[in-house]
Design a binder for this molecule. Sequence first.
Ligand SMILES: [Zn+2]
Length: 180
Amino acid sequence: MKMKKCDNGHLFNSEKFEECPYCSETAPVAKKSKEKSRPERAVRQKENNDMRTQAIWSDEGTEDYVVGWLTCIEGPDKGNDYQIKSEKNFIGRSEEMHIQIQGDSAISRRNHAIISYNPKERNFILIPGEGRGIIYKSTEAIYTPTELNGYDVIEMGKSKFIFVPLCGDYFEWENVGENI
Ligand SMILES: [Zn+2]
């Protein structure tokens, strides 16, 4: 047996191995296992920590945090998304609106509709605005406040929007750091 020492100081049988088996074996494996074992939990934990930090930083509560989204799936603004915040979100073309939909002239400038998130009930309500245009929830005309469920399609003007909730049964900003 002819022993040889590699650059990293490993002793190995040079008759059997051309290169240091420890280095050639450990190097790629270590790298691979590091990538592979980058545990999902660690990643999630990091995200949690970030969120927790955020929650601690905001002494003023969570009312400005996003609670859901609208995404335009049909119409001039197709592909755009709009944040829904807690409590009332006024929808219209005007800059003053919480949810400003710029491209569709068939949408009223002000208060075409309202989406309200009630943090106590943990539900989303679609409320028709004061404009002439009828709004529809999944082809049903809406004349009174109506609860929204995830992936409901809202039609306003010449546009359609899909509703995606963040808060509700599965997530609540207040619970970050406790259950999440
Ligand atoms: Zn070695």
